[in-house]
Design a protein around this ligand. Structure first.
Ligand code: MLT
Length: 394
């Protein structure tokens, strides 16, 4: 009889956001017609900006024209898309070759797929609280995982130390779920740590567009030494509202070599075998994000989410609830009031004020007692949710 991948038996019963969706659906079944204030999963509520929509329409028209039609796209990305990304980095002072940029169908897909580059025996360090897919993808592969906790004592920004030593080091900055951001010095310490031990940093930069402070790095490649130890995984989901459209990109420097093998070349081999790329239409829409007009368009949308963050932070300030995030990231991470457990607080908010958030425990055991609000909801819902929170908890 075929033996399935038995590591699936080691996974938690269901994936965090799936579990939340099941719970909220059950609530809606029991209370039909109720409006929920959804601040759980970080899914955007605003439409794609005008320059992106225009580019998508034009690309659809190309597909209707015999002379402009595109079939299979290059697996690693359309040259125009790779160029647009490399140029975007160049404007920020990071020099990349276009061959170091790979298109992807989004960061969550890529964070799982990229593990193909590493041996099954490689140990993964996950700095927690963390996006749960880091852990789950490694559990599925049967890898040993070091759960490296962080907390309020270090601002959820742990420094490298012996207990973090592993082959694969996950770093997410701005962080999901805590909203904490590493500064240059802190990131440099991780880069040095990785270079000394020969490990590889998987740098999740999905939220870089939310950084407000000038001196906070947007890319790990702003840090000296990163080109020999890091892979950067980016997404247009939160940056430009592509959660439903699906598009991201990954940077693997040519200089990232382990055991004489180029990880960049390995990824070319992987992609050319395992994908037929991302559609022409979507990459055209994505390239429009990096134009001047596109950057203005996405800034407007991000501004709306940042206003949501301020509304929620004001409500928490009024209630005297401790929190972090919300400034350089679209998430607010708070202490559950009254010593409540994080799932207990989830149920309490759902039952009493129909507000949906994400229990901190879903991001690792050190997240117990915390809760996350996403700021991607509609402004109307966010205002109402903030008012409801204040009346419930004051
Ligand atoms: C989150 O809410 O943490 C993210 O939106 C989930 C994701 O990007 O898959």
């Amino acid at each position: 009889m075929l033996k399935p991948n038995m590591h699936y038996a080691d996974l938690a019963e269901s994936y965090l956001f799936y579990h939340i969706a099941q719970k909220t659906n059950a609530y809606l079944e029991a209370h039909p017609g109720t409006h929920l204030y959804r601040m759980g999963i970080g899914d955007v509520s605003l439409p794609l900006c005008a320059p992106v929509i225009r580019a998508l329409h034009e690309a659809v028209d190309d597909q209707a024209d015999k002379t402009r039609f595109h079939g299979y796209m290059p697996e690693c990305g359309a040259p125009f898309f790779r160029k647009a990304v490399a140029e975007h980095y160049r404007k920020r002072g990071v020099l990349l070759s276009e061959d170091e940029v790979f298109v992807s169908s989004g960061a969550s897909d890529e964070l799982g797929d990229i593990l193909d580059l590493f041996d099954r025996s490689a140990v993964a360090m996950v700095m927690e609280p963390a996006y749960p897919a880091y852990v789950d993808a490694n559990v599925m592969a049967g890898r040993k995982i070091i759960h490296f906790p962080s907390g309020e004592e270090n601002g959820f920004l742990p420094e490298p130390r012996e207990g973090a030593a592993a082959d694969i080091l996950y770093i997410c900055s701005p962080n999901n779920p805590t909203g904490a951001v590493f500064d240059r010095k802190q990131l440099k310490a991780w880069v040095d740590f990785a270079n000394q031990s020969g490990s590889v940093i998987l740098f999740d930069a999905a939220y870089e567009a939310f950084i407000e402070e000038d001196d906070v790095p947007h890319s790990i490649f702003e840090i000296e030494g990163a080109r020999t130890c890091a892979i950067e995984i980016c997404s247009l989901s939160k940056t430009a509202g592509f959660t439903g459209t699906r598009l991201g990109y990954t940077v693997i420097p040519e200089t990232l070599i382990r055991c004489g093998m180029s990880l960049r070349d390995m990824w070319v081999r992987n992609r050319t075998t395992k994908t037929n790329g991302v559609s022409y239409i979507i990459q055209k829409g994505g390239a429009a994000v990096f134009t001047e007009e596109g950057q203005r368009g996405i800034r407007e949308n991000i501004g709306v989410y940042k206003k949501n963050a301020r509304v929620l932070m004001e409500a928490l300030d009024m209630l005297g609830i401790r929190y972090c995030g919300g400034k350089n990231a679209p998430y607010i991470w708070l202490r559950c009031p009254g010593g409540m457990g994080s799932w207990e607080f989830f149920d309490y908010l759902l039952e009493k004020i129909q507000v949906v958030g994400t229990p901190g425990e879903g991001f690792g055991s050190c997240g117990e007692g915390y809760f996350r609000f996403s700021t991607f909801g509609s402004p109307e819902d966010t205002e109402k949710a903030a008012e409801r929170l204040v009346s419930l908890l004051k």
